[in-house]
Design a protein around this ligand. Structure first.
Ligand SMILES: [Zn+2]
Ligand SMILES: [Zn+2]
Length: 383
């Protein structure tokens, strides 16, 4: 279950808009990724804080959240309908407890299976058509994970496999919970259709038959999953990260999120890419900047130097009289933009390295060089 948004921001339920804003400011300053580079925990915290403020910072969203929980925030959520449904289902449950009302028992049983309104509305409002027909073909939730990729691999792209702990559809019974090795008979409650029609209340729907759990057959419980239809385990997922992927981009892996109930569509898996900094490469947009050391002679006399790139080593001409900090541009040797498929430029920032020496000849040479400066090198340095 998701954590309570009020708890995340550390404010009481009746906090004023200003209190919420203040709490958010304080927390986001503390956990901002720029202040905590490379700290995964801070990154998660910051995301949580932002998500909480996104809701509690908006008057409308906060009101829906207070009344319906996270379900109220789902796109397409219908407040009126939800209220009527809740009223109606509450009435039915009371009827069931009072005994006597036929069909009342399944309502109570049914509600016991849901953990919150979110589960009910999450399923109920997932349907595209009007007049929702209630059944178990809900979609599994999307999952989001952060994946760290080193700078160079992010430029080149990565094919890898990740191992994820997650529940999956039972391979023995394929999710229906029935032992495929044992014989099965047609369910007498639903006559084998797996559904029961319910024609009461403002919303008409069918529900899965509770006796056969929507399968239409009565059989022995599956020995692998004890009839649950799901087993927990590790799934290995092939992941292809495109070349040039940027910090913070989301890579979608279809169908690898949380599985749904029987017959449902699984959610998607999103990998949020984190690229830690590189010691001498920097990315700005699609351009790469690289600091490249050169010798005094290379800077003074010019020359050809060899520089590594992700496509292999390239030769670059350093013009005579180059200065420390001067930039040489190599077109098309920057990062690939995954969207436009265009490559940025490589900007080589020269850094003149001076040897440490007490050698007399070398120091004499430096003395000779000293005389070549025209005037004071710091003449332009004024505040
Ligand atoms: Zn099974
Ligand atoms: Zn049945």
């Amino acid at each position: 279950m998701a954590r309570d948004y009020y708890e995340i921001l550390g404010v009481p339920k009746d906090a004023s808009a200003n209190q919420i804003k203040e709490a958010y400011r304080k927390l986001s300053r503390k956990w901002h990724p720029d202040i905590n580079p490379g700290n995964r925990e801070a990154e998660e915290k910051f995301k949580e804080i932002s998500a909480a403020y996104d809701v509690l910072g908006s008057e409308d969203k906060r009101r829906l959240y207070d009344e319906f929980g996270e379900a109220g925030l789902h796109p397409g959520f219908d407040e009126q309908q939800a209220r009527r449904y809740r009223q109606w289902s509450g009435g039915r449950q009371q009827g069931a407890e009072g005994g006597g009302e036929p069909g009342g028992e399944w309502a109570a049983e049914d509600f016991g299976r849901f953990r919150s309104y979110e589960d009910i509305f999450g399923n109920l409002f997932d349907f595209e058509q009007e007049g929702p027909a209630f059944h178990e073909r809900a979609r599994g939730r999307d999952l989001e994970y952060t994946m760290s990729i080193d700078f160079v691999s992010a430029l080149k792209g990565v094919q890898t496999e990740i191992a994820m702990d997650k529940t999956k559809v039972c391979p023995t019974c394929r999710g229906n919970g029935i032992d495929p090795g044992a014989g099965a008979a047609t369910c007498t409650v639903c006559g084998g259709t797996g559904r029961l029609d319910v024609a009461r209340g403002p919303i008409q729907f069918t529900k899965p038959c509770p006796r056969c759990r929507g399968t239409g057959r009565i059989g022995k419980p599956c020995p692998t999953c004890a009839g649950q239809g799901m087993v927990s385990g590790v799934e290995r997922i092939k992941v292809s990260i495109p070349p040039g992927v940027m910090e913070g981009s989301r890579v979608r892996i279809a169908g690898k999120g949380e599985p749904a109930g029987r017959g449902g569509t699984p959610g998607d898996l999103y990998l949020v890419i984190h690229v830690p900094e590189h010691p001498f490469l920097k990315r700005e947009g699609d351009d790469l900047t690289m600091e490249v050391p050169v010798t005094v002679r290379e800077a003074m006399a010019g020359g050809t130097i060899t520089v590594p790139t992700v496509d292999g080593r390239i030769r670059v001409k350093v013009p005579p009289g180059s200065q420390s900090g001067q930039t040489l541009k190599v077109r098309g040797k920057g990062a690939l933009n995954p969207k436009t498929k265009q490559k940025g430029d490589l900007l080589i920032r020269l850094v003149v390295k001076v040897p440490r020496t007490e050698d007399k000849e070398a120091l004499d040479a430096a003395e000779k060089i000293e005389r070549l400066y025209q005037g004071d090198v710091r003449a332009g340095l004024r505040l």
